[in-house]
Design a protein around this ligand. Structure first.
Ligand SMILES: *[C@@H]1O[C@H](CO)[C@@H](O)[C@H](O)[C@H]1NC(C)=O
Ligand SMILES: *[C@@H]1O[C@H](CO)[C@@H](O)[C@H](O)[C@H]1NC(C)=O
Ligand SMILES: *[C@@H]1O[C@H](CO)[C@@H](O)[C@H](O)[C@H]1NC(C)=O
Ligand SMILES: *[C@@H]1O[C@H](CO)[C@@H](O)[C@H](O)[C@H]1NC(C)=O
Length: 409
């Protein structure tokens, strides 16, 4: 073809790919759309690659695979489609590590607290939804509070590691969990929201599930610390992090706002609301987060979720394109636990899911884009955009799913 001026116009090819069909009021339609998007996510799955990982442009996005499996696990629960169930169990068991806490040897030297947490969320969801337990043998599965099943044992084992690492870092900032636990990483000096919000959420979910007040006391403590250093503001903004480098002692705060940070604290607060049997303090905090998330991460004209820090500039990184998955997931699960915000949250998810479905018209095969506000595919597609679209659509089903379990004894 070189040298040949081919003047075929694009008209014949411009059969604009139809957007994914989605009727947000029809359960069958939502399930079908979610199924199509899940297939688009699964093209990233490479059974030949490192155990249980999704292909990524670089090797260190292990946490995103954890988030992906959490999303697919909840997909399985919400839709009853068991296509991925065997792979989910296989991937989780290959990454749980010899101590049953999601510290696999392959991640040694790289793994950060928040990376581990994004796998622990899968274990907690499995626990809350009565998912088939992983085989788990030995001392790490055999202590009084843990024995109910392996998902609880794994979650508690990880939680105990976070407590240890909090205590190791107690000399700065009056507490707070560091982002990284490997001293060589720059994030070793960052005490940030995704990490401390994650510890808060895991504590709160364990408190709700087990009724054990040790976890609730930790949730309160992490909440108080987060407020004191200024990661949480009085009007429920959640800022990215604070530093204990060079004697800074958490005196300054990075005020960037990302959707997954507020989502992380939101769902922790929802679990504390449930743990306290509908306590008004936690309800007001849930409402505060929902209001602030609405004004910060949803467009004022169309009420569509967007990653305000990077999306319009098309500058979201491989991590950042996935953050809306976290916000969708934990808004949906918050609506399950806190009836007073349910209607508002479902409204936000519906407008956003419609936008997301319209974006799922890429490459002629329903690939989803990043910007849900454009009414079409914007050309930016990766694992994170696909996972975000899946979560916003499947969470329309969250409040119709089975109730979240509590410990049966
Ligand atoms: C859709 O097309 C893109 C580009 O060709 C491809 O990478 C992707 O695997 C396809 N997705 C599905 C679900 O077939
Ligand atoms: C899933 O299947 C189970 C049993 O097969 C049924 O009880 C349940 O209602 C189904 N859930 C959904 C969301 O369709
Ligand atoms: C409550 O949880 C803590 C922390 O995991 C544990 O040490 C303790 O044994 C638990 N208490 C009961 C009564 O199970
Ligand atoms: C660092 O801050 C904590 C409380 O936030 C305080 O207790 C401690 O004294 C401070 N350390 C230094 C060296 O200023």
């Amino acid at each position: 073809m070189r040298g040949h001026r081919n003047i075929i116009t694009c008209v014949a090819l411009a059969t604009t790919a139809a957007a994914l069909r989605l009727d947000v009021n029809d359960e069958a339609s939502v399930k079908e759309a979610a199924s199509t998007i899940a297939q688009g996510l699964y093209v990233y799955h490479n059974p030949d690659s490192t155990a249980g990982q999704f292909n990524q442009p670089e090797p260190w996005f292990w946490w995103l695979s954890g988030s992906g499996w959490t999303g697919l696990l909840e997909y399985t629960v919400y839709t009853n489609d068991t296509t991925y169930q065997a792979d989910i169990l296989s991937a989780l068991s290959q990454n749980v590590g010899p101590n049953y806490d999601f510290i696999p040897p392959e991640q040694a030297g790289h793994e950060a607290n928040d990376d581990q947490m994004y796998w622990v969320y899968a274990a907690l969801s499995a626990l809350e939804h009565g998912f088939e337990p992983l085989p788990c043998e030995g001392a790490r599965c055999e202590c009084a509070d843990h024995c109910v099943n392996s998902w609880l044992a794994i979650s508690v084992n990880a939680w105990e590691g976070f407590v240890e690492r909090w205590n190791e870092a107690i000399d700065t900032c009056g507490g707070g969990l560091k982002w990284q636990w490997n001293t060589g990483h720059p994030g070793f000096y960052y005490k940030n929201s995704v990490t401390n919000g994650g510890f808060f959420q895991i504590s709160a979910r364990l408190a709700r599930y087990t009724g054990n007040q040790t976890y609730a006391r930790w949730a309160d403590k992490i909440w108080d610390w987060s407020t004191r250093v200024g990661l949480l503001s009085d009007d429920f903004h959640v800022f990215d992090g604070t530093s204990d480098n060079n004697g800074e002692n958490c005196s300054g705060v990075n005020h960037d706002e990302w959707s997954y940070n507020i989502a992380t604290y939101l769902h922790g607060a929802a679990n504390m609301y449930a743990y306290t049997k509908g306590g008004p303090l936690w309800e007001s905090r849930v409402k505060g987060f929902v209001e602030t998330a609405t004004s910060t991460f949803f467009t004022s004209d169309q009420s569509i979720m967007y990653e305000q820090k990077c999306e319009e500039a098309r500058a979201c990184s491989t991590d950042q394109t996935s953050f809306k998955a976290s916000l969708s997931r934990w808004l949906g699960k918050t609506a399950v636990l806190v009836p007073s915000v349910r209607e508002h949250v479902l409204g936000l998810l519906e407008t956003s899911a419609r936008g997301a479905a319209a974006s799922c018209s890429g490459h002629g095969n329903s690939t989803c884009g990043m910007r849900w506000t454009t009414g079409g595919f914007d050309g930016q597609a990766d694992f994170g955009t696909q996972l975000s679209a899946l979560e916003v659509v499947q969470n329309l089903l969250a409040t119709e799913g089975p109730e979240l379990a509590i410990r049966p004894y």
